[in-house]
Design a protein around this ligand. Sequence first.
Ligand SMILES: NC(=O)C1=CN([C@@H]2O[C@H](COP(=O)(O)OP(=O)(O)OC[C@H]3O[C@@H](n4cnc5c(N)ncnc54)[C@H](OP(=O)(O)O)[C@@H]3O)[C@@H](O)[C@H]2O)C=CC1
Ligand SMILES: O=C(O)[C@@H]1CCC=N1
Length: 271
Amino acid sequence: MFNKVAFIGAGSMAEAIISGIITTSFLKKEQIFVMNKNNKERLENLSERYEIHCDFNKKQLVAGADLIILSMKPHDAQEAIDSMKDYIQEDQLIISILAGVSTDYIAKLIGKEIPIIRAMPNTSASIGLSATAVTKGENASEEHLQKAVSLFNTIGTTSIVKEEEMHTVTGISGSGPAYFYYVVEAMQKAASEAGLDQLVASELITQTIVGAGEMLKQSGETASTLREKITSPNGTTQAAIETLDEYNVEKAMMDCVKNAKERSIELGKLM
Ligand SMILES: NC(=O)C1=CN([C@@H]2O[C@H](COP(=O)(O)OP(=O)(O)OC[C@H]3O[C@@H](n4cnc5c(N)ncnc54)[C@H](OP(=O)(O)O)[C@@H]3O)[C@@H](O)[C@H]2O)C=CC1
Ligand SMILES: O=C(O)[C@@H]1CCC=N1
């Protein structure tokens, strides 16, 4: 499907995707090329660990790549694209994972009628469990979209959405893993305060969150039903949920997603 894939940006998200696509054998190591801005040590480290090609020569990196994955921070995109747009051809496919940034804006930066897929994966890509959403820009075809779906399916699930929904998606699943880690951190603190052994607490909390996720996936029941099944009248869960309600955690979570979405919109405008 792809002969050569060039990552522009070699940070945590690029690594998560690289690790996912290598683990699932979607691409061979020698088909993957990566560059960053100037962190040579990071590139050497990636090259050693994944046996992929790392290259600071932009012309060489982009030449012959049928897929270019933009994986720098949104505020670095303009400079990065400016420095290599002359080497990018219209028959290459661009996938951008940049939060907030529209396909139209990237096409404008490149200055060509080039197919662009916008994607929002998350860091669980590194273990094949990303929840990724994709959308196609003006010059991308259904075939381009399906190619992107195939790629992202190797690192988890892939949903197709409208481009205007990408900001909300970012607030839900792009940033989403962090919300659960935040809850886990708080539970670990509570366990520690109560004197529970840290390792035991970690094991219990991790398995609890994995089990709850699998229940949502496998049981066919809604989150509300699953929660109600745990909540015995006047029991421990009722006491716990009443505390969450007192703190209006539902509103906090809704505002959390809303603010992530707003920030995604801002990131697109800051460019
Ligand atoms: N982290 C996440 O959970 C998710 C992130 N995203 C999106 O993915 C993108 C990358 O995020 P993340 O991996 O966290 O970021 P990182 O900061 O970890 O990595 C950014 C990378 O971009 C490189 N870079 C910066 N400027 C240039 C340039 N001019 N040319 C080439 N490479 C450049 C950096 O190189 P150097 O180190 O040399 O400066 C670095 O390798 C962002 O746009 C983000 O919105 C999307 C979904 C989830
Ligand atoms: O925090 C961020 O901006 C990126 C986008 C989605 C997850 N992390």
